[in-house]
Ligand binder design. Structure first.
Ligand SMILES: [Zn+2]
Length: 240
């Protein structure tokens, strides 16, 4: 087994050496000014521009929560898009290194947003269930948050909100089933850490908003100063 692992590591190193700068998606050789994804692939990514629109669909999705003052996503999510592929590689192929370019791009867009609260005290990544965390080895939202945080001068805090119970895979469930499945799934461990603070709640993809709504319900008990809800991708609305 150990030999197989060594062979795999060595062959990957050789491939990386021979083909050092391939586009992560289409595998064409990158030009010197390109990074991670080639220009052609990047042009297929659909940006929401929500961080420049205060009353965008992500904000509206969560505006009923009294503490939510700002919301937005970086990219639109479509099943067969590059965005879907990037997030699939990160989450299911466990390519943790992709969190860096994603987080940096998200961080820069947030930094340049005229509507984000001036100072974010802490970024709280949506927690994974311990079983899933064990399988993946990392929480993708937390990894992305680590690269967003230095750009907006915030701190990542991942131990105040916990996933309290098992949730099955959400994708095949109806909306009402999802609600019953996730209900009560999050627990606030340290309310004092949140009281009076400006919070940014961060997830990878927003679909129905159910997961984030449950996080918000848990967080609002601690009376934070404000909450911003941010994700990398948004699957829940039509273009406009
Ligand atoms: Zn490409």
């Amino acid at each position: 087994m150990i030999y197989l692992k060594v062979i795999r590591v060595v062959s990957k190193a050789i491939i990386d050496f021979v083909f050092p700068y391939q586009c992560q998606y289409c595998k064409t050789i990158l030009a010197p000014q390109e990074d991670v994804w080639c220009t052609k692939c990047r042009l297929t990514i659909q940006y929401t521009n929500y961080f420049n629109m205060p009353l965008n669909p992500v904000y509206h999705m969560f505006s009923a929560f009294k503490d939510v003052v700002f919301g937005g996503s970086l990219w639109f999510y479509d099943k067969k898009s590059l965005v879907a592929n990037i997030l699939h590689e990160l989450k299911f192929m466990r390519r943790k290194e992709l969190a860096q370019p994603i987080g940096e791009e998200l961080g820069e867009e947030l930094r340049d947003s005229p509507y984000m609260p001036e100072k974010i005290d802490m970024i709280i990544p949506v927690p994974l269930h311990p079983k899933r965390l064990k399988w993946r080895g990392f929480n993708q939202s937390e990894e992305i948050a680590k690269h967003v945080a230095p750009i907006i001068q915030a701190q990542v805090v991942s131990d105040v909100l916990m996933r309290a119970q098992e949730t099955d895979t959400q994708s095949s469930k109806s909306l009402s089933e999802r609600w019953s499945n996730v209900s009560g799934a999050f627990q606030l461990v340290d309310p004092e850490a949140i009281r009076g603070k400006t919070i940014m709640l961060l997830d990878d993809v927003i679909t129905t908003g159910t997961t984030l709504s449950h996080c918000l319900r848990a967080l609002e008990h601690a009376n934070p100063k404000s909450i911003s809800v941010v994700s990398v991708a948004f699957a829940g609305a039509k273009r406009f």
